[in-house]
Structures are given as structure tokens and as C-alpha cells.
Design a protein around this ligand. Structure first.
Ligand code: ADP
Ligand code: MG
Length: 611
């Protein structure tokens, strides 16, 4: 029988590292947080090869005295709390005393530090948990941590690392979160921690090139513009509200700025980036009726609370917290955003598919939602000229009115639509459904679902004979993404090229759209690419090739198809109905919804007691 034994410190550290140090970005997060906790004004991050080779964080904070250097690498050693009571009044980002021990266990670390009041500093190394000697160091005041060859002694974990570009993307995201949390704020914040009244000067460099240089004087909105592009920053509305001891400030985006994932909903609680399901739900609830199902609002929210109102000790990387009064905060977030959107009077500009009723309940109803249900969220249809005069359907022969005496070739009679009464009688209802008279009965078609299916089939068929034909863009269109999103998108460059989407790296999170599938020329190619990008970055695991292509084809079809809410001309209606027979399975859209319902003639007659 095996005996129980205490694990050696090294193994303990590696287990802890498994929790907090997943990839280079986790190291960067921990080092940045330590620098912030040290009261730094300026922090520089230098990365080589996506952090796999080198991560260096230099700050000008309080430093560590020479005698404490070995303790910095000891597990559960911290200067940030002394008793269990302190756990409920945490005002620092760190407190577990585990990060440096974990990093030191799985990399080659050099820690150099000099408190400003000391004449000399000192340094120490920790290679795979082996501490070196404390030696003098003659550097400027503050702390400098260098982490080389992450996971060099744990080959299995090293194998999990992705390409340097992808790892750099994750680092960039970590940096972005911290930069947002520590931007100069123009909001008045009662009782908010002073570190956010002035910003932190933050620099990120990768392979000796500056990725971001964010001066302390740069206000939050300017930082958002630098980090996410003017597309986002120009569509933001400031919010500010108080409720009891809680203050909510930040920016919310116009619904037009929607995304396919919730990753652009940034939430900071007392200067710490967190994920929170309840508050995420509050944001979505506030936008209810303004966004399609599956689309997410963009928001930058800063919640400031007394530290005893929030428990940060529930998650090893502190990405989740527990609120003492979660329903109250849900209400604060929901009502503040809803109110703000209402004052913007977005109704006139919005276009919403009529399949989603503004009062329809999506998810758990919030206690206050009912009071807004009577709000005037009625939505105006888009102007008729919005998509130009072009016919929306790639019809080989746009139907024209026959001249008297001229013989026009008629499309072959469709099995479902016998040409008994040409031209087929079609009417459009609610700008969303086409009602067609057929031999069997009355066919009600969902215009979006059918068009989507037809496009999907067309794309699929053309793909079988090689890459899709592309339409080059004379002037490539820049698409602003975060560096992480750009990296993850560029990984799929070849697959996208086969689908007709040509992209190129423009650097700094921008990719250039150089061509788009000729088949889908109807809607803005950027919009299609955006949807594709949202899809790619929302997946944790890279999908198989087959799944990827299927997903992207259906996504492109969905985004190019005519929408519910679009008024069609009689010619467009005819073209759409006539293309029904071109697709193999026109009964369902690629998502499995039916494209048409038949009310049989017999059934009508039966109901009216004619038979
Ligand atoms: P924690 O941050 O949870 O306390 P860490 O392992 O990250 O644990 O750091 C251990 C200790 O090392 C900290 O409590 C702090 O005293 C010291 N330390 C780490 N980084 C810095 C830094 N950049 N400046 C000053 N002190 C630091
Ligand atoms: Mg720490």
C-alpha cells in the first residue's frame, strides 16, 4: 500500500501554477498587477516571441527590500494582507502570494528591485523553483522582473502554447484590460480609489516594436479609441449613476456597434477586470429589443463599491467575484443603461427583424424589466434605397416585363409552383413573409430563411469546384480589431481565402480586407467579415476544417441574405420564389428553421366547410 506524504514545495508550486499560469498572458497579468499594487506611475512591458521567450515588466513602484527578495518567490508569501479579516477588505489586485512562486516554478525568472529610499538595489533568480543568491543590483528605483523560457521544465504544458502571434494576442487583451482599468477618468467618482483619478503610463512592446504607448494623461475615451479603433469610440454614450454605496460609470455603445460575442463587454469592479453572469445579463436585458438574438452590446463599465461589498477570493485568477447584493447591482446596471439608451432616442434609426418582438422574453426576466415593456421601441423600416437599386438576388435573368408580341423565355415550371396562373401571385406580408398561391395550397415563405438557404447551397456548390470567385476591393478596407482578434483571424487566412475573403495583416490590430466573394456582393463586405471574425474568436478550440467551412458558409449566407423587415419589389419576390428549386433542400434554412409552411387548399376548403 502506498503511504501518504507531504508534497515537496516544487510540486506544490507546479500545481498552483497549473491554476494561475496557463499561458504567457497569465504571467503578464500577474506581473502587471504586482506593479500596480506597488503604486507605480509607469509600467513598461517588453515581450519577445509572444512571451514564450521573454516577458519583462519594469515599474517605478515601491520596490522590494533586499532581505525580502527570497520571500517574494515563497508560496503564500505576500505583503498585502496579514490576517483572515483583511480578506474582506481587499484593496489590492493581489493577495494570494502565489503568483511569483508559481511563475518561478515553471520558468527562469530574474527579479531586480530597489525601493526609492535605498541607495542600492538587489537581485535574485529563480529557475524552475531553484532560488539563486541575493546579489547587489545597481538599477533605478522600482522593480524589474524578467521571465524567460516559460514552461521550459514542463514540456507538456509548453506543447499547449499556440503561435507567438496568438499568444501575443492574449497578452494584448490582458494589457488592454489593465489599461482600461487604469486610464485617467473624467468621471467624478465619489469615494473611488484615487489611482484611477490619474492614469498609469503603460507601454507594450513586442519583438522590439511598440504595440501601445498610453501616456498617463490620456483619458479613458481616448484609450478606447487607441485600443479598439474610432469605429467603437465614436459610438459610445457616457453613463454615470449612484445607488447606495455603489457608483457605476463608463461607456455603452450604440446598438449599431453590436458584436457576435460578449467579449467586448468589459466590466471592472474596484479597478479589477471581472466576468459576471448577472451583470452581463443586466447589460443584455437593457439592450433587449435593440439587438437581434445572439448579438451582444459593447460596453465599458466601471463599478466602484466599498471593498466589504464584494468577495474577490472566489477564483484563483480572481476573474470572478461574489457580490453581497447582486440583485441591487443588476438593477443599477440595467436601469442606468436602459435609461441612457432611451434618452438617445434610438428608435428612428433602428432596424429590427420583425421576428423578434421587443417585448418577447429572452432569458430570465429582470424584476424591473416589466416597467419598460410599454416603452416606444417601435422600429422604423429601413429606407427603401438603403441597398441601392440593384436586385438582391443573383438571378441569371432578372425578370423583365415582356414587350407586347415579344416571346420571353419563361423559367421552367417549378414542381411546387405550377404555372397555372402565370405570373405567380405573390404578396409580401409584414415585410418578412411571402404568401404564394400554388396548386397544393397557400405557401407562406420566410423570405430571410429561404434566401439564406439558397445562398448557402450556391456557396456550397461553387466551393466544390474550388475557391469562390472573388471581387477584389480597389481600395482595401481596414477592419479595426483588437490585436488578439486580429491574430486569431489571421490564423484562418487560408480558409477565408478559399471562401473568397482576402485578408492581410496591417499591424496594430488592423486587418485589411482585400477581396470578397463575388456571390455575396449585395451587402457590405466588412459586415460579412465582421460576422466571420466574431465567429472565429468566439470559439475556444479551433474547429475541424469541415465544421469551420460549414459554419462560415452559413454565416456568410445569413449575413448576405435579404432580411426580415426589408420591403421587396414584385420582381425581387418573383426572383426569390423562382430560385426555390435551385437549392437541394429549401425546406429549412441552414440553422434548421423551416423556410416555408403550406396551408393546403384542401384544408382551407375543409375549414370553410366547402367540402
Ligand atoms: P501577491 O501579489 O498576491 O502578494 P505575488 O507572488 O504576486 O503575490 O508577489 C509576492 C510579493 O512580492 C508581493 O506581495 C509584493 O510584496 C512583492 N512584489 C511582487 N512584485 C512586486 C513589484 N513589482 N513591486 C513591489 N513588490 C512586489
Ligand atoms: Mg501578485
Amino acid at each position: 500500500m502506498r503511504r501518504i506524504q507531504q508534497l515537496p514545495a516544487l510540486v506544490v508550486n507546479q500545481i498552483a501554477a497549473g491554476e494561475v499560469i496557463e499561458r504567457p498572458a497569465s504571467v503578464v497579468k500577474e506581473l502587471l498587477e504586482n506593479a500596480v499594487d506597488a503604486g507605480s506611475r509607469r509600467i513598461e512591458v517588453e515581450i519577445e516571441q509572444g512571451g514564450i521567450d521573454l516577458i519583462r515588466v519594469v515599474d517605478d513602484g515601491c520596490g522590494i527590500v533586499a532581505e525580502d527578495l527570497p520571500l517574494a518567490f515563497a508560496s503564500h508569501a505576500t505583503s498585502k494582507l496579514t490576517s483572515a479579516d483583511d480578506l474582506f477588505h481587499i484593496e489590492t489586485l493581489g493577495f494570494r502570494g502565489e503568483a511569483l512562486a508559481s511563475i518561478g516554478g515553471v520558468a527562469q525568472v530574474t527579479l531586480q528591485s530597489r525601493p526609492p529610499e535605498e541607495t542600492y538595489g538587489a537581485q535574485i533568480t529563480c529557475h524552475g523553483g531553484q532560488l539563486g543568491e541575493v546579489r547587489p543590483w545597481n538599477g533605478s528605483s522600482g522593480t524589474r522582473v524578467e521571465v524567460r523560457h516559460l514552461f521550459y521544465n514542463t514540456p507538456v504544458r509548453r506543447k499547449f502554447l499556440r503561435t507567438p502571434a496568438t499568444e501575443m494576442g492574449h497578452i494584448s487583451e490582458v494589457f488592454t484590460r489593465l489599461a482600461l482599468a487604469h486610464a485617467r477618468s473624467t468621471f467624478e467618482r465619489d469615494g473611488a480609489r484615487s489611482c484611477r483619478a490619474t492614469g498609469l503610463h503603460l507601454t507594450l512592446r513586442h519583438n522590439h516594436k511598440t504595440v501601445y504607448d498610453l501616456p498617463a494623461s490620456m483619458a479613458l475615451l481616448e484609450r478606447i479609441a487607441v485600443l479598439f479603433g474610432p469605429d467603437v469610440s465614436k459610438q459610445l454614450y457616457a453613463i454615470q449613476a449612484h445607488q447606495g454605496p455603489a457608483t457605476l460609470t463608463g461607456y455603452i455603445a450604440d446598438p449599431a456597434c453590436e458584436r457576435g460575442t460578449s467579449r467586448m463587454q468589459y466590466l471592472f469592479v474596484n479597478g479589477r477586470w471581472v466576468r459576471d453572469r448577472t451583470l452581463g445579463h443586466a447589460v443584455q436585458e437593457a439592450y433587449r429589443g435593440l439587438l437581434m438574438t445572439g448579438r451582444y452590446a459593447v460596453a465599458f463599465l466601471f463599478l466602484d463599491l466599498p471593498p466589504d461589498q464584494v468577495d474577490v477570493n472566489v477564483h484563483p485568477t480572481k476573474a470572478e467575484v461574489r457580490f453581497r447584493d447582486s440583485p441591487a447591482l443588476h438593477h443599477l446596471v440595467f436601469s442606468t443603461i436602459r435609461q441612457r439608451l432611451r434618452t438617445e432616442n434610438l428608435t428612428a434609426r433602428l432596424q429590427l427583424p420583425s421576428t423578434i418582438k421587443p417585448t418577447e422574453t429572452l432569458g430570465t426576466p429582470s424584476p424591473t424589466a416589466a416597467s419598460f415593456d410599454s416603452a416606444p421601441w417601435a422600429l422604423a423600416p429601413p429606407p427603401a434605397s438603403e441597398h441601392g437599386p440593384a436586385l438582391p438576388f443573383a438571378s441569371p435573368q432578372p425578370p423583365t416585363q415582356p414587350m407586347p408580341g415579344e416571346i420571353t423565355p419563361q423559367p421552367a415550371p417549378l414542381p411546387q409552383l405550377t404555372a397555372a396562373h402565370p405570373p405567380t401571385k405573390i404578396i409580401q406580408l409584414y415585410d418578412a413573409y411571402l404568401v404564394v398561391e400554388t396548386e397544393e395550397g397557400m405557401l407562406v415563405i420566410d423570405q430571410h430563411a429561404l434566401h439564406e438557404r439558397i445562398l448557402f447551397e450556391q456557396i456550397k456548390r461553387r466551393m466544390q469546384s474550388g475557391p469562390l470567385e472573388t471581387q477584389p476591393l480597389l481600395v482595401p478596407e481596414p477592419i479595426e480589431l483588437t490585436a488578439e482578434q486580429a491574430a486569431r483571424t489571421l490564423e484562418h487566412r487560408e480558409a477565408l481565402a478559399e471562401l473568397g475573403l482576402g485578408i492581410e495583416d496591417f499591424g496594430g490590430g488592423t486587418i485589411l480586407l482585400t477581396s470578397y466573394p463575388a456571390l455575396l456582393g449585395r451587402r457590405s463586405p466588412q459586415e460579412i467579415l465582421r460576422a466571420v471574425v466574431d465567429h472565429l474568436i468566439s470559439r475556444e478550440q479551433p474547429p475541424s476544417r469541415e465544421v469551420l467551412f460549414n459554419d462560415l458558409m452559413s454565416l456568410m449566407a445569413c449575413h448576405s441574405a435579404v432580411r426580415a423587415g426589408e420591403r421587396l419589389t414584385p420582381e425581387q419576390m418573383t426572383a426569390l420564389v423562382e430560385q426555390r428549386h435551385l437549392a437541394d433542400d429549401t425546406h429549412h434554412c441552414p440553422h434548421g428553421r423551416p423556410t416555408a409552411l403550406l396551408f393546403s387548399r384542401h384544408e382551407l376548403e375543409r375549414q370553410f366547410r366547402r367540402v
